[in-house]
Design a protein around this ligand. Structure first.
Ligand SMILES: [Cu+2]
Length: 215
């Protein structure tokens, strides 16, 4: 009986901080015409200092496929290794340059060529470690229409909007936070939101000043 009571107390103590800290944010992004905008990045900077239970992967892959960067927008944590591969049957370049003013300008851009895929060899690949928060614009010298983005987040709490223009983040730490939104085509500066996250799901919406680029 003593043992059981002890076990219960331990369980309760372990569960309590999780219950107390779980907050939900839903962020919907639409364009100038009211259409849902996918691939917008929602970042939550929590004053709590808490980090997600599930750590971000140390390595991600961006494919060049059918004349596109796939995914078009990749969000990583500082220090993430990004592997680029070319799946098309012809050569591509990968050119990376800072997309915004800020600390990223100190970092040198990068460029390399990836040979086209053949039946007999493994895919051409090369990798880049992204260290500093900021946005890098990806392009290809050979195909001007190719555009991609790597966003190195400031916060471990970050999500992309889906095809419905909505990002839902569960398990956020409760308390004061700043919510930032980034979207590739938006030209107007988007002021961050100061919010308090609590047990009630917080719903935010933002209409962009531009019509999002269709693929
Ligand atoms: Cu190309």
């Amino acid at each position: 009986m003593t043992f059981l009571r002890h076990a219960f107390a331990t369980l309760a103590a372990a569960a309590l901080p999780l219950l107390a800290s779980a907050a939900t944010l839903q962020f919907k992004v639409t364009d100038r015409d009211g259409q849902p905008v996918p691939d917008a990045v929602v970042e939550v900077l929590s004053a709590s200092g808490a980090v997600p239970r599930q750590p971000a992967p140390p390595q991600v892959t961006i494919n060049q496929s059918r004349m596109r960067f796939v995914p078009r927008v990749t969000v990583v944590q500082p220090g993430t290794r990004v592997v680029f591969t070319n799946q098309d049957g012809f050569d591509h370049h990968v050119r990376g340059a800072p997309a915004t003013w800020g600390p990223m300008l100190e970092a040198a851009g990068f460029q390399f060529r990836l040979a086209g895929a053949t039946d007999h060899k493994p895919l051409s690949s090369s990798e880049v470690v992204f260290d500093k928060p900021g946005v890098t614009l990806l392009g290809c010298f050979l195909h001007a229409s190719m555009r991609g983005y790597v966003l190195v987040a400031e916060s471990p709490w970050v999500a992309l909007t889906g095809a419905d223009g909505v990002a839902v983040m569960d398990d956020l730490p409760a308390g004061a936070a700043v919510v930032k939104l980034w979207q590739a085509d938006e030209v107007a500066e988007m002021a961050p939101y100061s919010v308090v996250l609590g047990p009630q799901p917080l719903v935010l919406t933002r209409q962009l000043t531009v019509a999002a680029r269709r693929r």
